[in-house]
Design a protein around this ligand. Structure first.
Ligand code: 3HC
Length: 691
């Protein structure tokens, strides 16, 4: 405890330094240490003012979210904040790095605040499914007003020192190291140049209009979430005397803590960070100063844009001059869009370093080259060989979605330099990159892939080699379940609506039309020879659409007819369906939304379990990250493996057994890992331990 919070005296100034690496989370040690430090300095007669600051990279990043859901340990953060506010000697807080959530709550319970330029302040609790539960909903409005506090608390947005000053959340902006600033601020409090006051004493005007507007907006935009609405209710209590408002805040905070959404959102927070912990983490990434991209189609242009947005120099190659021109124009459009959305400054736009060429020679000098050419093994291997000849020793990546990397690697002179970097379309927007590790890939090449993804501000997830890697392989399984439901008579728009109701932005048929039905058609043709004859041909209906030239939005029609203002199911579907149902002796039956979701989710979880079982994903949490950041899985549900644990292995085994009985050729099989968990106990979360 002594190490986490230390005190020292500088004349009549008592200093408290918080030192709980890496981010000064307000865990039990910090909370108890802070109270003990206050007691010590209050009892010290020489001390006239107390200054509080953080060692390391931040003031306080918030409550320790690893403690959420565990039995609480005294003192709680709200009590710590009350102790600070009640302190008989003035307390000034100096904020640097991050003063977020509970960190900002500690600060606004102090009697004065100085923000060091560069600090990020905010109440991100809502993004974790909770609300500021240590007085933030009560003291925040007292300092910044109800409307501004509502904005910060319901959006979780982070602000800088200047905005915090303008809002009244801090009293001064300073430069310098936290200790020096703390000493100066404490001296100014003593000399009356910095006013110390208790936030609880500030009068607050009710703002019914702001409350009602925010409430209505959230009902419209975030009806499915729990905590944003609780945030509004808590802020509404800020006009009460502080103890009453705090009691209301505590009750609402506890309700958030108990919500499964909180567990899902916090799992998602850790998933984002866990995926970086790879076995190759100790390897030194190769330096990358010039990136090559081969293939100027949608993926190549998107990858090029992603690199340019991160100020990386790129050489973009396409052997077809028209394709190169189209690709370069798409990159320019993407960058202009980024500027207009404020994602890139006009100066950075002007400084991009892009070279285009129609021959691979222009790649000379590149230390990492990504091929994004046509998804055809021979085309890919010829390109890879060409790249290796021009750039010997460079890291060579394929952006293939499905093809076997080990087969590709055989054609290279040095397969240790080769890996998969599977971007998701649109590649300059989607955050996920699967880093696919082939048998011969060298550890430092894997580390280079992760380092590049980080520079591009993407989330990299390590995957082994299999058809579709982690994401597309699992997607094929639940797509298949959706296709079978449609073949059996459930309307495609009912399936899409149920999947949207679950929290995805789009249903599988809407997504199919957006991506183009020819992608799945090609995959089915490729897999036809190896298809298990004991399972049903789920693609029969989609094949008929493709044969008729209905390939989705790009042809104006696919599963849906897109010619009108709103898409309607393709009017030809009932006729096509009847033919297939008659030929395959299917008795039509329509499933309700619950059963649709049961099948969709169970197919996803079962395949995900197999992906873990086979070691394609090293940890279940990697799969959750893939789905959260690449497939639009609802963040508040945590990911398919997190959901599997919520449902429980025994219930999943029973579900799959029931579905196998309902549809014996539907491909429903219990993965061995689920059988084992159901029999012996255990969970996917348990397999993440050590991550
Ligand atoms: N609790 C526990 N661990 C935390 C944490 C927290 N609040 N914040 C960060 N960490 C951990 C991360 O998991 C990571 O651990 P790892 O090294 O084992 O993977 C480590 O600290 C470093 O974090 P980052 O990799 O995210 O470091 P960055 O420098 O990129 O970012 C940060 C730093 C901006 C502070 C970022 O970590 C962050 O946004 N943290 C969460 C802030 C937050 O949401 N605070 C509110 C918490 S809820 C609350 O306060 C409730 C209160 O109202 C009662």
């Amino acid at each position: 405890m002594e190490q986490v919070v230390r005190t020292s005296l500088e004349g009549d100034i008592g200093l408290i330094v918080l030192d709980n690496p890496p981010v000064n989370a307000a865990g039990h040690g910090l909370r108890a240490g802070l109270v003990a430090a206050l007691d010590r300095l209050v009892a010290e007669p020489a001390v006239k003012v107390i200054a509080l600051y953080g060692a390391g990279r931040s003031f306080i990043a918030g409550a320790d979210i690893r403690e959420f859901g565990k039995p609480p340990r005294d003192p709680w953060l709200p009590e710590v904040c009350n102790r600070i506010e009640d302190c008989a000697k003035p307390v000034v807080a100096v904020l640097h790095g991050a003063a977020l959530g509970g960190g900002l709550e500690v600060a606004i319970a102090a009697h004065a605040r100085v923000a060091i330029r560069g600090v990020a302040l905010g109440f991100p609790e809502v993004t974790l499914g909770v609300l500021p539960g240590a007085g933030g909903t009560q003291r925040g409005p007292r300092l910044a007003g109800v409307a501004a506090a509502l904005d910060l608390i319901t959006t979780g947005r982070r602000i800088g020192a200047e905005e915090a000053l303008a809002l009244g959340l801090v009293d001064r902006v300073a430069e310098g190291d936290p200790r020096t600033v703390a000493l100066a601020a404490a001296r100014d409090v003593l000399d009356g140049r910095l006013t110390a006051r208790r936030t609880r004493d500030i009068h607050i005007d009710p703002d019914r209009e702001a409350l009602e507007t925010t409430k209505q907006t959230l009902l419209h935009t975030q009806a499915h979430l729990f905590s944003p609405h609780a945030c509004v209710e808590a802020v509404a209590a800020a006009t009460l005397p502080l103890p009453e408002g705090l009691a209301k805040e505590r009750q609402l905070f506890q309700a958030c803590i108990d919500s499964p959404q909180r567990a899902g959102l916090i799992h998602a927070f850790f998933a984002e960070r866990a995926v970086a912990k790879i076995p190759e983490a100790a390897a030194t990434p190769r330096p990358v100063t010039r990136i090559g991209v081969v293939g100027a189609g949608t993926m190549g242009a998107g990858i090029t844009t992603a690199c340019l947005l991160a100020s990386e120099p790129v050489v973009l190659i396409d052997s077809a001059p028209e394709a190169l021109e189209r690709g370069a124009a798409a990159v320019a459009r993407n960058l202009d869009g980024a500027v207009s959305r404020g994602k890139m400054t006009p100066a950075a736009r002007g400084a991009i370093r892009l070279t285009t060429a129609t021959t691979l020679d222009a790649l000379a000098g590149c230390d990492l080259v990504i091929e994004a050419v046509f998804e055809e093994m021979d085309v890919k291997t010829a390109t890879l060989r060409g790249i290796e000849t021009i750039c010997p020793g460079a890291v060579i990546a394929t952006n293939t979605s499905y093809l076997d990397l080990n087969v590709m690697a055989e054609t290279l002179a040095d397969p240790r330099n080769f890996l998969g970097l599977h971007f998701f379309s649109p590649a300059h927007v989607m955050r996920l990159v699967e880093v696919v590790v082939a048998d011969a890939t060298a550890p430092e090449v894997v580390a280079t892939g992760f380092a590049l993804a980080k520079r591009l501000k993407k989330i990299a997830v390590r995957s082994g080699v299999c058809d579709g890697f982690i994401g597309n392989r699992i997607m094929s399984a639940y797509r298949r379940a959706a296709d079978l439901m449609a073949l059996d008579g459930t309307p495609i728009d009912a399936i899409d609506a149920a999947v949207r109701g679950y929290g995805f932005a789009m249903g599988p048929f809407e997504m199919g039309d957006l991506a183009g039905l020819d992608i799945g058609w090609a995959a089915r043709k490729r897999q036809a020879a190896t298809r298990d004859p004991a399972t049903r041909d789920h693609g029969a209906l989609a094949d008929r659409l493709c044969e008729a030239g209905w390939l989705g939005r790009k042809t104006g029609c696919g599963w849906y007819d897109h010619s009108g203002d709103t898409p309607v199911p393709n009017p030809a579907l009932p006729g096509l369906l009847r033919e297939i149902q008659q030929a395959e002796r299917i008795t039509p039956h329509i499933l309700d939304a619950d059963e649709i979701i049961t099948r969709y989710e169970t197919a996803m979880i079962a395949e995900a379990a197999r992906v873990v079982e086979e070691g394609i994903a090293r940890y279940p949490i990697d799969i959750d990250a893939v789905f959260l950041f690449g497939y639009g899985f609802p963040r508040w549900k945590g990911g398919p493996m997190h959901r599997a644990d919520e449902i429980g292995a025994a219930a999943l085994v029973a579900r799959i057994a029931r579905l196998a009985q309902d549809d014996p050729k539907g491909g429903w099989q219990v993965p061995a890992i689920l059988h084992c968990m159901a029999r012996e106990g255990g969970s996917f979360a348990g397999l993440n331990i050590g991550r």
